[in-house]
Design a protein around this ligand. Structure first.
Ligand SMILES: Cc1cc2nc3c(=O)[nH]c(=O)nc-3n(C[C@H](O)[C@H](O)[C@H](O)COP(=O)(O)OP(=O)(O)OC[C@H]3O[C@@H](n4cnc5c(N)ncnc54)[C@H](O)[C@@H]3O)c2cc1C
Ligand SMILES: NC(=O)C1=CN([C@@H]2O[C@H](COP(=O)(O)OP(=O)(O)OC[C@H]3O[C@@H](n4cnc5c(N)ncnc54)[C@H](O)[C@@H]3O)[C@@H](O)[C@H]2O)C=CC1
Length: 502
């Protein structure tokens, strides 16, 4: 137990959160400040470590994520100490943190990396599941093994991954938009991908091309330690690899998409029976045939805003995240963004003295580069954690530091429907209004390439498939070369544009 509230200079460098942002921040602090004690306080029994990091181009990065016991981090960095206990209360005026285990820690500088939690369409309903950490993913898998039909609400990353991965269970996918995957794609890319969804899933998937997600540390840890209902770190790429996402049926995919609708009401079975004035609309397959004559009694029913009602075993709410600021930050006067995140400036500082934030918990409030935007992704969690540590270390010796290069250009590499997907800059012409043009190249089942241009300059791109264009496009966006003279030739498959521009 530390002494109560002494002057800030007496405290330590403290990081809250054992996810990618927090662990990266603690590691970098340990490297920059080898003679300082770094305290990592986390509610989860394991930490997330970035391994095998490599830059595949100027800004595109790849790495593995491993869940490890905290002792591994302490062994690697003797000046890091990990405390496995949730933060109960921050007292920013006193530079003091109170943890669930009853201890109090004084900080000199603090970085908050407590992540985010799923923003569920209905918090209290036991049939509505969110997926965030290992525990919630396992709960989802357990429920799926008993399910004949589930509903997925939302049109972002989690929904896209689930509809492709789930087998042997009918999926009703309800989205607010006209086309699938609105957080990542436009309608053209969505159409390209939808054909893959309708086709049978190939038996053998292509080799993994990107980040691997392992849970070895977690498995070992779970044998010795129960997770007492604590919030775990967010999952990452390939989180479903170790999970058998199979329902009770023999078929592979059976997906019905309801577009441009939201959830109006959720009824439990009994409630539904009582208020069953409305007729059920049965799901239809792609030939407009009834998939099942819905005489079934379901545990839960969902009424959509398009008046249709579906019964299902349970509902996955894949509807985004809310930064984890409550309850432990209550009573402190942080400036928060519209999305509830802690506002951070260009040095990752929150509005309160000596408190920094990084990863999903924060909301960027600096003027970003014209081709960068914040998205709650683990690449950004790593970059922010890394940069926050650099800023904290520099500030502690009265120096300043330049903005990290990774914030110059938005770059994300992932995989959807077994395709490699690279998103660069303003890939969906975000914020460009009508003043832009799109150049497209699409080979069905193989690749989809979209370049977003404004005043002849490339502002963003979507590359689906093995296009090998990421480095060239990254350079074109960064150097803002005037491409007007090339017009559509830019994507002419007979012209090797790498030779042109590299
Ligand atoms: C299912 C799923 C799939 C994803 N897939 C991808 C993907 O393919 N690509 C990608 O880039 N991103 C993906 N993401 C997003 C990515 O995982 C997150 O953006 C990233 O991991 C956030 O890291 P973080 O460190 O900010 O937060 P988190 O990983 O959420 O870590 C927060 C940490 O804070 C701790 N904590 C919380 N509250 C407290 C408290 N009061 N006291 C102490 N500790 C606390 C938690 O225990 C945890 O250790 C995915 C997310 C999910 C849920
Ligand atoms: N491969 C990748 O890069 C992946 C990234 N992730 C990340 O993990 C986090 C969580 O993923 P998601 O929950 O999919 O969030 P998301 O932010 O990607 O998508 C949320 C979706 O829910 C919709 N939505 C929001 N409120 C709704 C409502 N009330 N009714 C219906 N739809 C609603 C939004 O329009 C959006 O389509 C995100 O930060 C995401 O970027 C997740 C999985 C894969």
């Amino acid at each position: 137990m530390e002494a109560a509230c002494s002057p800030p200079t007496a405290g330590k460098f403290v990081v809250v959160g054992g996810g990618i942002a927090g662990v990266t921040c603690a590691e970098q602090l340990a490297i920059h400040l080898p003679s300082e004690d770094i305290l990592l306080i986390t509610a989860s029994p394991v930490i997330k470590a970035v391994t095998n990091f490599k830059l595949v181009s100027k800004v595109l990065e790849e790495f593995d994520v491993e869940e490890q016991p905290s002792t591994m981090l302490e062994n690697r960095f003797p000046n890091i100490k990990v405390i496995e206990s949730g933060v109960k209360q921050l007292n920013s005026k006193e530079h003091c943190i109170l943890t669930e285990d009853g201890n109090q820690h004084i900080y000199k500088k603090l970085c908050l990396c407590a992540g985010a939690k799923p923003k569920l369409i209905c918090e209290e309903n036991p049939y509505v599941l969110g997926i965030r950490d290992t525990d919630s993913a396992q709960e989802f898998q357990k429920q799926l093994t008993k399910a004949k039909r589930i509903m997925i609400i939302g049109n972002g990353g989690i929904a896209l991954e689930l509809v492709y991965e789930i087998e042997g269970c009918e999926v009703i996918w309800a989205i607010k938009d006209k086309a699938i995957g609105n957080t990542f794609f436009d309608a053209g890319a969505a159409e390209f991908l939808t054909s893959k969804l309708i086709a049978e899933k190939p038996e053998a998937k292509i080799a993994q091309k990107r980040t691997r997600y392992t849970t070895e540390g977690r498995k070992k840890e779970a044998e010795t330690k129960a997770n007492a209902g604590n919030i775990g770190s967010a999952l990452g790429p390939d989180w479903h690899e170790g999970l058998d996402l199979k329902g009770t049926k023999e078929f592979s995919h059976k997906i019905h998409i309801e577009t441009m609708c939201e959830v109006k009401k959720i009824y439990l079975q009994e409630e539904f029976r009582i208020s069953k004035k409305k007729a059920l609309t049965f799901p239809r397959d792609h030939h407009n045939q009834l998939v099942i004559a819905d005489k079934e009694i379901w545990p839960v029913y969902v009424e959509l805003t398009n008046e249709k009602i579906y019964g299902c075993d349970f509902i996955v709410s894949a509807t985004g995240v809310t930064p984890n600021t409550e309850p432990f930050l209550c009573g402190n006067n942080f400036d928060v963004g519209k999305d509830g995140g802690l506002k951070v400036d260009d040095h990752m500082r929150t509005s309160l003295p000596d408190i920094y934030a990084a990863g999903d918990i924060c909301t960027v409030s600096w003027q970003p580069s014209p081709v960068w935007q914040q998205m709650r992704l683990w690449t950004q969690a790593r970059q922010m954690g890394w940069y926050a540590a650099k800023c904290m270390a520099a500030a502690s010796v009265g120096e300043s530091t330049d903005m990290d290069f990774s914030f110059e250009l938005f770059a994300h590499v992932t995989k959807f429907f077994n395709y490699k997907v690279v998103l660069l800059g303003k890939y969906n012409a975000q914020g460009l209004g009508l003043d832009h043009e799109l150049i497209l190249r699409c080979t069905k089942g193989q690749e989809y390439i979209k370049a977003v241009l404004q005043n002849g300059r490339m502002m963003g791109a979507v590359l689906i498939g093995e296009t090998d264009l990421e480095e060239t496009f990254e350079n074109l966006i960064l150097n803002q070369m005037n491409l007007s003279a090339y017009g559509e030739d830019l994507l002419d498959p007979n012209i090797d544009i790498e030779d042109y521009f590299d």
